[in-house]
Design a binder for this molecule. Structure first.
Ligand SMILES: CC(C)(COP(=O)(O)OP(=O)(O)OC[C@H]1O[C@@H](n2cnc3c(N)ncnc32)[C@H](O)[C@@H]1OP(=O)(O)O)[C@@H](O)C(=O)NCCC(=O)NCCS
Length: 137
C-alpha cells in the first residue's frame, strides 16, 4: 500500500517534469527492485520532488531527479541529491542529456565531474556520464 501511494506521487511528478515520463509500471518496478533508493521531498505533506536510483555495494547510480516547476530554484533538488549521496555512501554515477543545463549545473555544484560521453545516446542528444567519487569528498 505504501509503495502504491509512493508510486502515484512519483507518477504525478514524472508527468509534470519530463517529456518522456516513466509509466506506473516502470515506477513500480523501480520501487520494488531490491537495490533501489528513492527519496521524496514533501512540502506540508504534498510531494514537491523526488530522486531515485540504484544503491550497490561501493557504487550508486542516480536514475531520476525532479522538482515540480513551481518549486524550482529553492534548493530542493540539491537537498534531494545530498540525501541520495548520503544514502548511497559510495561512488555515484549518472547520465544526463548534454542539453540539460539546469541538471548539469546541479550535478557540478554537488561535486560531480564528467567521466564520459555517449554520442546520440538519446537519439536527439548525447548523454554525458558524470561521476562523483566519494573518496575525494
Ligand atoms: C534539474 C532540476 C531537478 C533542478 O531542481 P531545482 O530544485 O530547481 O534545483 P535547486 O534549486 O536545488 O538548484 C541547485 C543548483 O542547481 C543548479 N540549477 C538549478 N536550476 C538551474 C537552472 N535553471 N539553470 C542553471 N543552473 C540551475 C544551480 O547550480 C543551483 O545552485 P544555486 O542555486 O546555488 O546556483 C529541475 O530543473 C527539474 O526537475 N528539471 C526537470 C527534470 C530533469 O531534467 N531532471 C534531471 C534529469 S533526471
Amino acid at each position: 500500500m505504501k509503495n502504491l501511494l509512493t508510486a502515484e506521487q512519483i507518477f504525478g511528478i514524472e508527468q509534470k517534469c519530463f517529456s518522456e515520463p516513466w509509466s506506473m509500471e516502470m515506477i513500480t518496478a523501480q520501487l520494488n527492485s531490491k537495490n533501489s533508493a528513492t527519496l521524496i521531498k514533501t512540502i506540508n505533506g504534498v510531494p514537491a520532488g523526488y530522486a531515485t536510483g540504484l544503491k550497490l555495494e561501493g557504487e550508486g547510480e542516480l536514475y531520476r531527479i525532479a522538482v515540480l516547476p513551481e518549486h524550482r530554484g529553492k534548493g530542493f533538488a540539491k537537498e534531494l541529491l545530498t540525501r541520495f549521496l548520503e544514502k548511497c555512501g559510495s561512488d555515484v554515477f549518472l547520465e544526463v542529456r548534454s542539453e540539460n543545463k539546469a541538471a548539469i549545473a546541479l550535478y557540478k555544484s554537488a561535486g560531480f565531474e564528467q567521466a564520459g560521453l555517449r554520442k546520440n545516446y538519446y537519439g536527439d542528444d548525447d548523454a554525458l556520464i558524470f561521476r562523483r567519487n566519494k573518496c575525494t569528498h
